[in-house]
Design a protein around this ligand. Structure first.
Ligand SMILES: [Zn+2]
Length: 452
């Protein structure tokens, strides 16, 4: 006898031939039910029905670029209204004061905030390991397991301090042996490559202007030894291009190729300032791009060439980026931002709500090298985001799937991850959100005060 859950007769669903809903067993989708149909369950099976007639059902949204710790420095007075390099220089000294308590609270808050916005898989890029925080990734694994959310945690790194011609202060960088030893430890301890995996590790030297050439190369060798993916920031601003030209005599993509990173096990945050020839090379190699529209607008960085990149062969996913340059972690809002920003580059007919959903689901899954999430189909993980259209902003809307994006949805009613309900009635069970926010906010103000 099987225990099944039938998400029955949704108001709308982002899947083909599933108007009657979907059936979940354990952690997987086992059936798509066509319009007017019923599950093909045997008489022995036990079916729990979830009436979805007021819900719009999406595949769980997948965030492919975030910095959880930055939720502690949102709207930070020393950093607001600045472009990337001055913004970073203002924030590095604060971030050097991070400790374990802050990391735990920031990770929990960022994940909870993400889940409430429809995110079922979150990737974090963490590259700060000051003396008081050697175990940042271990803390993140613990908090993600507690919330039951799927994570791809990237062991970031910075090794090029100001003394070596880099951007970050010396107190925020680590030596390369320490970085590689810890990366290997984390892969061995936490990385699960199997279908349905809840925790994966990737290696993520921070950016060309904060990491040595040697570390870029050795990280790639280590990642390939273990079959884990590689991630970094690239082509975010013109400042970065100038830095690469003066430091390495190469444009960012040439530099990426030099260090062995032009490959399909790599995904890049931002990927804005590529020329035509570079887009062809990236696409041919299958390098993924994490499009981060809100951050790119806040820092005046530019507009990624998403359609050309996809056409060339690059997976394009969606990321909220750090919460000091967004300053939120809301995935369904980021879907809307992607639609709006990309319409400044392309025609309205080329960028639809379906395009934006594609980036946040299938495109993001491809960036992370996953084929078991990102699409509602039989055999895939049961990761679902369910939204209701019961707020004034939706009143009078015609197409429910378009309405979520165009009217500005911001919170799920329910969220399922690996077959378990992780949000019901707009709340995360067993999480005291008021207490979490109180504690987190206090630590945020403490961190922001550490610069003066
Ligand atoms: Zn970032």
């Amino acid at each position: 006898m099987a225990h099944l859950t039938w998400i029955k007769n949704p108001l709308a669903i982002l899947a083909e031939n599933a108007e009657g809903g979907i059936v979940v067993e354990d952690q997987e989708i086992v059936e798509l039910v066509p319009a007017g149909g019923s599950p093909a369950a045997s008489s022995d099976d036990q079916i729990t029905i979830f009436d979805a007639s007021y819900h719009v059902v999406l595949p769980g949204l997948i965030n492919v670029h975030h910095h959880f710790y930055q939720t502690l420095t949102r709207a930070c007075p020393v950093a607001i209204n600045k472009p990337l390099f001055p913004w970073l220089k203002s924030l590095y000294p604060l971030w050097a004061e991070l400790d374990g308590e802050m990391m735990g609270q920031a990770s929990t808050l960022a994940l909870a905030e993400s889940m409430l916005s429809g995110c079922t898989t979150a990737s974090d890029h963490h590259y700060l390991f000051p003396k008081a925080l050697p175990d940042a990734i271990d803390i993140q694994v613990k908090q993600a397991n507690m919330l039951g959310v799927r994570v791809h945690l990237t062991r970031g790194s910075m090794s090029l301090g100001v003394d070596q011609g880099g951007l970050p202060p010396q107190s925020t960088v680590q030596d390369e042996d320490t970085i590689l030893d810890d990366s290997e430890r984390l892969i061995n301890l936490y990385h699960d490559p199997n279908p349905g995996s809840m925790v994966q590790i990737a290696l993520a030297p921070c950016s060309p202007f904060s990491v040595s050439t040697e570390l870029m190369k050795s990280s790639a060798l280590l990642a390939r030894k273990y079959g884990v993916r590689l991630h970094t920031h690239l082509a975010e601003t013109h400042d970065e291009t100038e830095f690469c030209l003066s430091m390495f005599g190469r444009r960012p993509v040439d530099y990426l190729e030099d260090v062995g990173w032009l490959a399909d096990d790599v995904w890049l945050a931002h990927g804005i300032h590529f020329n035509d020839e570079e887009i062809v090379r990236l696409g041919k190699a299958g390098v993924g791009i994490a499009h981060c529209p809100s951050s790119n607008m806040i820092l005046s960085s530019g507009i990624a060439r998403t359609l050309e990149l996809e056409k060339a062969g690059s997976p394009v996913g969606l990321g909220v980026d750090g919460s000091a340059s967004n300053d939120g972690s809301n995935m369904i809002q980021e879907v809307r931002q992607a639609l709006l920003l990309q319409r400044l580059r392309y025609d309205a007919s080329e960028i639809t709500h379906q395009s934006a959903y594609r980036w946040a689901t299938e495109g993001s899954a491809r960036c992370l090298g996953r084929d078991d999430i990102g699409k509602l189909k039989v055999g895939n993980q049961a990761d679902l985001a369910l939204f209701k259209l019961d707020e004034p902003r939706f009143s009078g809307s015609g197409d429910p799937l378009a309405a979520l994006v165009l009217c500005g949805a911001h919170q799920v009613d329910a969220l399922m991850i690996a077959g378990d309900w992780r949000v019901r009635d707009g709340e995360i069970p067993d999480l005291d959100m008021a207490e979490l926010m109180h504690h987190h906010h206090r630590l945020g103000l403490k961190l922001q005060a550490s610069s003066v």
